[in-house]
Design a protein around this ligand. Structure first.
Ligand code: SF4
Length: 385
C-alpha cells in the first residue's frame, strides 16, 4: 500500500479520537479522500484543520469497543516516522492542514510505539523546522522518560481515560487499569505544572456503552479540571464497530454527547458544581433541553432576576446570557437603565431564552415557549451563550 492509501485508511480510523465537537452539531461530511483532515475546535469555537492520523493500526490491545483490537480481522498498516513526518509536511505546506495530531495503536508495547511518535515529531520540528501545533497522544503506561521526551516537541499531550472508573473501564478495555491511567495522568499533569505545555493536557472518555451515568462523568471531569488542571475533557459518543464484542450495543445518542459538553462548559466557565447540574434520579442529564435552562427551570425561587441590579454571577446564571453579554450588560447599565428586550439583544443575550427569567426595570415578560428547533440552535456553548 502506498503512503497516500495508508493515510486514507489510518486517517479514517483516527476519527474515533475526538477533539471537541459534539456529533449533534457536526454539519459537514468528512471526505473519504481527506479522511485524515480533522476539524477540531479551538478556543472561542474557531475551527482548526488538523492532520490526524494513526501511526499504525496494529495493536496488541484487545479492547472490546475498538476498531484496532487485535482479534479484529482487517488490514493492518504502519508508517515509518520519516514517512509520516513527510506526509504531514506535504499537506501543511500545501495549506490543507494547520496542525498535527499524532496518535497510534499499541504495537509491541507502549514505549516502542511512543518512541516512534516522538521520532515523528522530532523530525517535523528539527528537520522541517515546523513551529506550529503538535498534539501527541500518550499511550497507556508509557514511561516517565518518554512522556518528558514527547513534551519537548508537543504543544499538547493527551492520554485517554476512556471511562469514569474501573467498573466501566473493565467493560470497555479489560486489560486497562483505571488507577494506573490516573497515575499516568498525574505524572503528565505534574510535568505540565513544572514545564507548561502551550495547549495543555486533555483526555477523552467514551460515552454510552457501559451504563456509566452523566453524574459519574461530570464528577470525574470536575476533578480532572481542578486537581489535574486539564485543558479539556472530550466526550466521544460510543459507536458500535462491526466485528467487536460490543457490535450489538446501541450507539450513544448525539444529544447525550452534546449535553455532556454543555454541562462541562457550565463547570469550566460558569462555576457550576456537579451537585448543581440537573441530573435525574439515575444521574442522567435531560437530553431535550440544555443543562443551564434545565437548572434554571428547577430553581423558580431564584428568578426573575432584575437585569439592572443583578450581580455578574447572577447574570451568568440566566439562560441565554453568557460571559460576554453579562460583561456588556454590567458596562452598559452604568450609562442608563436597560429597559427593552431589543436593547438586551444588542448586548448579545438570547432573549428568546432569557425573557422568562428576567425583569427589565421592573417589567416582566409573558412566558414564551421556545421551539425545540430553536433550542438546538441556541445550545452552542463555546460561543458564550
Ligand atoms: S489499546 Fe488502544 S488502539 Fe489498542 S485496542 Fe485498546 S483502545 Fe484500541
Amino acid at each position: 500500500m502506498n503512503s497516500h492509501a495508508k493515510l486514507r485508511l489510518l486517517g479514517k480510523i483516527a476519527r474515533f479520537d475526538v477533539c471537541g465537537y459534539p456529533q449533534a452539531l457536526v454539519k459537514h461530511k468528512r471526505s473519504e479522500r481527506f479522511s485524515f483532515i480533522y476539524r477540531a475546535v479551538g478556543e472561542g469555537g474557531k475551527f482548526v484543520r488538523l492532520f490526524k492520523v494513526l501511526k499504525t493500526n496494529q495493536c496488541e490491545g484487545n479492547c472490546y469497543y475498538c476498531v484496532n483490537r487485535k482479534d479484529r480481522n482487517f488490514s493492518r498498516v504502519s508508517f515509518t516516522p520519516k514517512e509520516l513526518a513527510e506526509l504531514f509536511m506535504e499537506y501543511y505546506t500545501s495549506g490543507l492542514v494547520e496542525g498535527c495530531f499524532l496518535s497510534s495503536a499499541i504495537y509491541k508495547n507502549p514505549d516502542e510505539s511512543q518512541e516512534e511518535l516522538i521520532e515523528t515529531s522530532h523530525i517535523i520540528r528539527k528537520k522541517y523546522k515546523y513551529k506550529g501545533y503538535i498534539h501527541t497522544k500518550i499511550l497507556p503506561m508509557t514511561s516517565k522518560e518518554l512522556i518528558y521526551e514527547a513534551s519537548k516537541y508537543s504543544d499538547r499531550l493527551s492520554i485517554n481515560l476512556e471511562s469514569p472508573g474501573q467498573n466501566w473501564l473493565s467493560k470497555l478495555s479489560p486489560n486497562k487499569n483505571f488507577a494506573r491511567l490516573i497515575s499516568k495522568l498525574r505524572e503528565i499533569s505534574n510535568l505540565h505544572s513544572r514545564k507548561p505545555l502551550k495547549s495543555g493536557l486533555t483526555t477523552q472518555l467514551v460515552v454510552g456503552s457501559t451504563g456509566e451515568s452523566d453524574r459519574a462523568i461530570m464528577n470525574l471531569s470536575t476533578k480532572l479540571y481542578h486537581e489535574f488542571k486539564l485543558w479539556r475533557v472530550y466526550y466521544s459518543g460510543f459507536l458500535p464497530i462491526k466485528d467487536t464484542p460490543l457490535e450489538n450495543n446501541f450507539p450513544c445518542s448525539p444529544n447525550r454527547e452534546l449535553r455532556l459538553y454543555q454541562a462541562d462548559f457550565l463547570i469550566r466557565k460558569y462555576s457550576f458544581t456537579p451537585e448543581e447540574l440537573p441530573f435525574d434520579k439515575n444521574g442522567f442529564l435531560p437530553t431535550d433541553i440544555d443543562p443551564k435552562l434545565a437548572w434554571a427551570k428547577l430553581h423558580p425561587e431564584l428568578f426573575p432576576l432584575e437585569i439592572n441590579y443583578a450581580s455578574f454571577s447572577g447574570l451568568m446564571r440566566i439562560p441565554g446570557i453568557g460571559r460576554i453579554s453579562a460583561e456588556r450588560i454590567i458596562r452598559e447599565r452604568e450609562k442608563g437603565k436597560i429597559k427593552t428586550l431589543e436593547t438586551l439583544k444588542k448586548f448579545g443575550a438570547v432573549t428568546a431564552r432569557s425573557r422568562n427569567f428576567i425583569t427589565l426595570d421592573g417589567r416582566s415578560f409573558s412566558e414564551r415557549k421556545t421551539s425545540s428547533k430553536s433550542l438546538q440552535k441556541q445550545l452552542f456553548l463555546w460561543e458564550e451563550i
